[in-house]
Design a protein around this ligand. Structure first.
Ligand code: ADP
Ligand code: MG
Length: 720
């Protein structure tokens, strides 16, 4: 198995590989160094022997694999893309019951139903009818237990063949031993709980997936396409990128695309949570799942089906469900320890008491540490599902757990704590320049940009009746503004830093500029061929609930809350006056923001960065947890963020923090339930007070308890 890499899953350009070579730190360091130029967002997991990363768009997975081949001399790769997004559900991970042929949930449910009916029959016969159920190794009961145990026995057999002592072997041995010694009822119980537990785990994971699918469900089967001035109805699955589709008032947009004609008010709450619709017109981008509330638009298709923005984001969430989070990994380790302890206690009990029956009861109590595994995995997937239901898309169990472990929360200002569209307050014009001329040039430079200031300028210019001109080459300089070449002339729109860099003289307006800053207004200069045409000042509207969010996070145990902004120091300070920030970092370029995150990490510990993905993706990639906020549609923000908050409500950050705390609390309670009952069971068994059948009942009790406890996390109203 040594020189083999398995592709465990592929979601967009995010890939998980598994191999023995990933179990060595030195190898991982080599990978980090040698693949640095090909991949990003590398996460390594030694105990899982796996790595997860995004490969750059221009690089194929094949190229990366070839590179790994070269470094490690790997002979071949086994692709398993069908495993993509398969949840841990349905297979108890520590028990390593692998899904070679995944049996359908329905079939497992039917099998379990049949087992339950048989169990009820046994119970009624023995308890009410007084008929003793035959429980010899050759009885019907033994037969049923053995048949139900076939999947487990197959696994144990494979492990024994590979000379591995695993949980399967232990459980398989207990089961066969129980039947052999005439404790057939106990054997039946073991297999009954094992299968029931697995089913429940799969149910919780499936429920999480369903929640996610419901969000992406488009319920659109047919679309209208424009053909020579006619609208023709075709099936959605016949649609190609060559088509132009027509969407009218009240209809859901079935694809991602660009408007090539018409305009409309688009309700984009599905992707950015904004309740007020956005006016969109020619050249604007629209997304599948959003609704055209009013108007009529012609859309050139750019992505269909599972290639759409929303479908890809949801896939990442599903992918997260399939990954092991730190607490799930801890559970795996704990389960392994319990396995060793179980063996030791069984032998110990026999040595001390000489009673085979007591030793056997101990063995049964210790034989299914599944409960330990379920303790973590069910709680984390239920938490992720709860998030999805509330518009919080969690793309990794690790990030989810880290939210509540973080010491520091950092917030970007523009677009994150303030709404996406600042208001134009003052316009100052140079001599001979009209408002129309100023905005005409500003629009030329900004109309394709997604920065809140660009959006505000674009919408102001459109209200003046101006139209954008496409014939431009623009360069966005994050944190500074934008430079545009237009018909052999140069337009610059941006802040003082940009003007200084371009050596554009602003001294005429020095006084006005200072006054605006004192008032907390953001100022943007517009220059044409290095001559200043004028300046525009903006006020930012703070999102409702920002103050409450900061207070609640502090109450919830976050030690340090920082504001990190590219805006001027005076503007930042004036903004921050209303909020109890612990530190304010202003005038930050994207590189500065990333450095600030590094500094905070060193000083305090785990850091969460909440940003809109416009100028802060680099900082987000440095944080322990990157939360994208209000970033509907921003490709980079989706790629970099671990968690996407789609509704842009500050409340949702608090909800996420609470949910994460709650999930970890449930994991701990579950361990407690599992471990305490196990210990009590071992004690009573060793004293000869617990029969093998009673030992089995203990399992039923705590597995059900743990499941029920985790299922609480699926409820809507999580409170701390
Ligand atoms: P924040 O960190 O608060 O989100 P940004 O880094 O996005 O702020 O922007 C910082 C400053 O850079 C803005 O206040 C603005 O002056 C300038 N700027 C950035 N992008 C643009 C743009 N597209 N047009 C004009 N000015 C811009
Ligand atoms: Mg921003």
């Amino acid at each position: 198995m040594m020189n083999e890499i398995v592709i465990k899953s592929i979601a967009g350009n995010r890939v998980r590989l598994k191999s023995d070579i990933f179990s060595k730190k030195s190898n991982l360091r080599l990978i980090e160094e040698d693949l640095e130029s090909l991949i990003y967002n590398l996460r390594t997991n030694i105990s899982c022997r796996s790595i997860v990363f995004n490969h750059k768009k221009e690089i194929t997975l094949d190229e990366i694999i070839q590179k790994l081949n070269k470094i490690f001399g790997i002979s071949y790769i086994i692709p398993q893309p069908q495993e993509t997004f398969s949840c841990s559900g349905g297979s108890c991970n520590s028990c390593n019951i692998k899904k070679h042929n995944p049996v359908s949930f329905r079939r497992k449910l039917i099998e379990f139903g049949a087992l339950s009916i048989y169990a009820a029959y046994l119970f009624v016969s023995e308890t009410f009818l007084g008929i003793a159920v035959a429980s010899t190794p050759f009885s019907l009961l033994a037969g049923v237990a053995l048949v139900a145990a076939i999947p487990l026995l197959k696994e144990s057999y494979e492990d024994i063949k590979n000379k591995k002592f695993t949980l399967q072997t232990f459980m398989g041995a207990t089961l066969v031993g129980a039947i052999f010694f005439g404790e057939v009822m106990a054997a039946f119980e073991i297999i009954y709980i094992l299968r029931g537990g697995m089913l429940l785990e799969e149910y919780i994971a499936n429920k999480s997936k369903d929640e996610i699918h419901r969000l992406v469900e488009l319920d659109i089967k047919k679309v209208f396409v424009a053909v020579d001035n006619y609208e023709v109805e075709i099936e959605l699955d016949q649609l190609t990128k060559e088509h132009i589709i027509v969407v009218r008032s009240g209809e859901k947009i079935p694809v991602d695309g660009i408007i090539i004609d018409g305009d409309g008010e688009i309700d984009e709450s599905l992707i950015n949570g904004r309740s007020e619709p956005e006016f969109k017109t020619k050249n604007d981008e629209v997304f599948a799942g959003t609704i055209c509330q009013r108007g009529r638009i012609y859309i050139k298709v750019s992505a269909i089906g599972n290639q759409t923005y929303i479908a890809r984001t949801m896939k990442e969430v599903e992918f997260a469900l399939a990954q092991k989070s730190p607490s799930v990994l801890e559970a795996d380790i704990l389960a392994n320890k319990l396995l060793k302890l179980g063996t030791f206690l069984t032998i110990g009990t026999f040595a001390l008491t000489g009673s085979l029956l007591s030793a056997f009861s101990v063995m049964i109590v210790m034989s299914c540490p599944c409960a330990t595994i379920l303790a973590a995995s069910t709680a984390i997937s239920a938490g992720i599902a709860n998030g999805a239901k509330n518009g919080i898309l969690i793309k990794g169990g690790e990030a989810f757990e880290n939210v509540s472990k973080a010491e520091v929360f950092c917030f970007d200002k523009t677009g994150t704590l303030t709404t996406g569209k600042p208001l134009v307050t003052d316009i100052i014009l140079s001599d001979g320049v009209s408002k129309e001329v100023l905005f005409d040039y500003a629009l030329i430079a900004e109309h394709r940009n997604s920065h809140p200031i660009a959006k505000s300028i674009t919408s102001y210019a459109k209200n003046l009746g101006l139209n954008a001109n496409d014939d431009t080459i623009s360069t966005v300089i994050p944190g500074f503004g934008v430079k545009t070449k237009y018909q052999n002339h140069f337009i610059s729109v941006g802040n003082l830093k940009l003007m200084n860099e371009e050596e554009i003289d602003i001294s005429t307006y020095e006084n006005e500029y200072k006054t605006f800053l004192e008032d907390g207004k953001t100022v943007v200069f517009i220059a044409y061929d290095k001559k200043l045409l004028g300046l525009i000042s903006f006020v930012h509207e703070v999102r409702d609930g920002t103050l409450e969010m900061i207070k609640a996070l502090k109450l919830g145990g976050v030690k340090h809350i920082a504001l990190i902004t590219g805006d001027e120091t005076k503007v930042a300070n004036s903004f921050a006056k209303a909020f109890p920030f612990d530190s304010i970092y202003s005038n930050q370029t994207p590189q500065d923001k990333a450095n600030t995150i590094e500094t905070l990490k060193q000083r305090y510990g785990k850091v969460v960065m909440v940003g809109d993905g416009v100028n802060d993706t680099y900082a987000m990639s440095k944080a322990d947890v990157a939360i994208s906020f209000a970033s509907g549609g921003s490709e980079v923000a989706i790629a970099v963020s671990d968690i996407a908050i789609t509704h842009s409500h500050p409340d949702d950050v608090v909800y996420l923090h609470t949910l994460s705390q709650k999930a970890l609390k449930v994991v701990n309670q579950n361990y407690y339930i599992g471990t305490s009952t196990n210990l009590a069971g071992v004690l009573f068994s060793a004293l000869g007070k617990l029969s093998p059948v009673g030992a089995g009942l203990i399992h039923i009790g705590h597995t059900v308890g743990i499941m029920a406890n985790s299922a609480r996390l699926l409820r809507n109203d999580i409170k701390s």
